[in-house]
Design a protein around this ligand. Sequence first.
Ligand SMILES: [Zn+2]
Length: 424
Amino acid sequence: MKPLQIKGGRVIDPANEIDEARDVFVCDGKIAAAPSASDDEVEVIDARGKIVVPGLIDMHAHLREPGRSDQETIETGARCAARGGLTSVVCMPNTSPTADNTSTIAFIKQRAAAVGCVNVFPTGAITKGLKGEELAPIGSLKRAGVVAITDDGSCIQNNDLMRHAVEYAKMFELPVLDHCQDYNLTANGVAHEGYWSAALGLRGWPAVGENVIIARNILLAELTDWCIHCQHVSSARSVELIREAKQRGVRISAEAAPHHFTLTDEYLKNYDSNFKMNPPLLTAHDRDALLAGLADGTIDCIAGDHAPHCTHEKEVEFDMAPFGIIGLETELSLAMELARKKVLTLPQLVEKFTVNPARLLQLDKGTLSPGADADITIIDPEQQWTYDVGQSASKSRNSPFHGWELRGKAVMTIVDGKIVWRDE
Ligand SMILES: [Zn+2]
């Protein structure tokens, strides 16, 4: 592996409060402070006009393996991530078998290592089989290498069990990630309860179904003095609750997904199931609240919630279709739009993909400090491109952004000093 010299780019490294034109050096898979001795051996990468940032981290993806390799595999998911400029992906435990045991975690790690593309960090389930009834062996999962626990896709309804889960997680210093959904309130809803669900005759899913669990998590984080991270926060009231709790010093954090800060429930009017996700798309008011929450730091991270489903599964009546969309290849471009609209500065944007998720998950990533793993993303902020889902590296095609004209794109993704994606 040749040493690299990435020349003339605008380097944005929020962990070190750097935003300036400079070169980045890579040697032996690590960031180096200075060029390596043997100059002619170096591969020079021209980054003029580009932005050079620490490798982006997505802390919420479904890679479907083991169990549903017809939808995605660790390999295809990792290739999608690399194309999207992500060097690290945190995968959710709702596989088959569920990642509630050490051998499934070992399998995921082994597959990811064999693929050798981006870093894949597994999470473990909080409860056995994600059933919300009995705790998974959290200590063993930690020893097996999970970076957090979550029942994502499901939500523990029993507040006492959730309290114990958080207390255990604290003992093992594991962050708890929660998919916030009260089942009684959301019942069999498929679309945000409001104007469009009524107009289209779709069963409503009230935002309070998310708000109630966010409030529960704030109270439990306070009680246990441990961190609970709220996944794919979607509604305005949730943002307010988290903002107020953070002001009191509660250890609560949050992520938002590009589809929630880009789209609204008005897009449901064609009954296209590629706009059906969990939580559902909300109103423009909610979208604007997410943007405000991203801007003021209430929302710490941007995460795609990449959720592949086969075409035959999605091509059914809206009511019957599974929730979820793919996102790894489009999330950076959709996020770049926030910088263009001046919702976020570029350093703020980069922070939400790098140092913030790294800090929440205690990952040794998200920085360009000398000695750090050479995970680097090079972005062309002006490149215009059209997303063609037919060309996706994913096994699935369920993207609402097919045909969208996007601006800003990862042109090179480097993991441990190795180029894993290069835009030709
Ligand atoms: Zn979820």
